[in-house]
Design a protein around this ligand. Structure first.
Ligand SMILES: [Fe+2]
Length: 446
């Protein structure tokens, strides 16, 4: 496995960009410009940092061993609920524009709330869960309970959230912070500090988590690392109608990996390599990948490309059409113009459904409208961001120093049909560990 991947990749792109030193810029209103400088995303809301103290790593990593080990039979990430036929885009834009700009809804703990501990979440479960669907995200600030792995699990259980695997779990690209609590690490690795993660839902064409709970145990010690969220309904409502119509009609295909072979390689060997990857590597990703040579025009490049999907989808619960597309994160044109520490093998791109290319102007419009609706959330230890994964897209800004954030994914606890009954038994994960070990240098943001 290692040999196959490492022997065919090109060195990382020699493309360079300018990163403005932290000391000379503000984290408020950061974004990208075509001059390759990181400047402000025109997010409308700029929350203040809180200085809430966290626990030591030894303390926050503690799991409650008196609770059952969830990894004995983990629930699979549910299949994506697609509902995109016959959407009236004019009506969808109008209804989205009428929605109040309320992503995220902020709930700040009082000392009395914190004194209640778990009981606060039991008592307010209905309110929090309904606000999550109504607003697309809920930011729980200054709570003491979720400052640790065990407290975070207690909170999510009090909210009746049902944990499931990450949609990409089978790839081995996802690492648990605590497997027995079904809690994954976010992209905290020092080598990816300066890697900007654009807006995306935790979703593939095939699988999509219903909800997420992003928790901060330790904020970036030297600044940055704000969590980015944006309302997919608002993005749809503000996108240029012509582009919206075009991309809805033509749909999209997302490329998730580049494997480069020398262009002079004889065709028979190229075909053999493609067969090998198709049969041995692609199935690991549980994504219905098609291996296609030179879709981006680069000689000798074998690209792993997802099936065609709609960039717009109706929300399974509310029926509201939303921008449900990971283009802001995956478009190569945008990645090449912002901090991106990904080797070529992990670079992604987005095509129209017929593998046609988006123009630079179209990529810029997706960037503009996405970043217009970003709220950059400065999370402190114990802060939790509950996200409706079908409505709200997420990402992460660059940071300095060390941080520790984690995330749990959730299925549909109240709808058996949507949840499915797939369980992943522990023994299936042996190969995952192996893949994870060898591929740990890849970013885990797709
Ligand atoms: Fe993510």
């Amino acid at each position: 496995m290692k040999f196959v991947f490492l022997s065919f990749i090109l060195p990382s792109s020699s493309f360079s960009f300018q990163v403005i030193p932290q000391s000379s810029r503000s984290f408020i209103d950061m974004a990208l410009s075509s001059t390759l400088e990181r400047v402000a995303p025109s997010a409308g809301v700029v929350p203040e940092w809180e200085e809430q103290q966290g626990l030591s790593e030894e303390q926050f990593m503690q799991s409650d061993v008196s609770k059952p080990d969830l990894s004995d039979a983990l629930l699979e990430c549910p299949l994506t609920l697609w509902d995109f036929e016959n959407i009236d885009l004019t009506a969808a834009r109008a209804s989205a524009q009428k929605l109040p700009p309320s992503c995220p809804l902020e709930i700040k703990a009082t000392p009395e709330d914190n004194a209640m501990g778990e009981d606060y979440f039991i008592k307010n479960k209905e309110m929090i869960r309904s606000k999550l669907v109504e607003n697309g995200s809920v930011w729980l600030r200054n709570f003491s309970l979720p400052k640790s792995v065990s407290g975070h699990r207690t909170m999510t259980e009090a909210l009746n959230l049902l944990p499931c695997l990450d949609p990409l779990h089978s790839s081995g690209l996802r690492k648990f912070a605590s497997e027995r609590d079904c809690l994954y690490e976010e992209v905290n690795k020092p080598s990816l500090r300066q890697h900007y993660i654009g807006l995306h839902s935790e979703s593939t064409t095939k699988r999509t988590a219903a909800y997420a709970s992003f928790v901060c145990f330790k904020k970036a010690t030297e600044g940055g690392g704000r969590f980015l969220i944006a309302d997919g309904a608002k993005i749809l409502g503000d996108m240029d109608p012509e582009l919206l119509e075009k991309i809805y009609k033509r749909k999209v295909r997302i490329s998730v990996s580049n494997l480069d072979v020398p262009p002079s390689t004889p065709q028979i060997l190229k075909d053999g390599f493609k067969s090998l990857v198709t049969s041995a590597v692609a199935p690991k990703f549980d994504m219905d990948l098609e291996m296609i040579y030179e879709a981006d025009g680069k000689p000798g490049r074998l690209m792993a490309i997802e099936e065609m999907e709609s960039p717009i989808n109706r929300h399974p619960v509310t029926g509201q059409p939303v921008w449900f597309c990971n283009a802001h994160n995956h478009l190569r044109y945008l990645r090449d113009r912002r901090p991106c520490g990904v080797p070529e093998v992990g670079m992604t791109d987005v095509f129209f459904g017929d593998l046609g290319h988006l123009s630079p102007e179209e990529c810029d419009e997706i960037k503009r409208v996405s970043e217009k609706h970003i709220t950059a959330v400065p999370m402190s230890p114990g802060d939790v961001l509950l996200v409706d994964n079908y409505r709200t897209l997420h990402g992460r800004d660059v940071f300095e120093g060390e941080r520790y954030h984690a995330v749990s994914w959730f299925s549909w606890e109240d709808n058996e049909e949507w949840r499915g009954n797939e369980l992943r038994m522990r023994e299936k994960d042996g190969l995952n560990g192996l893949v994870n070990k060898y591929m740990d240098w890849l970013p885990k943001d797709f």
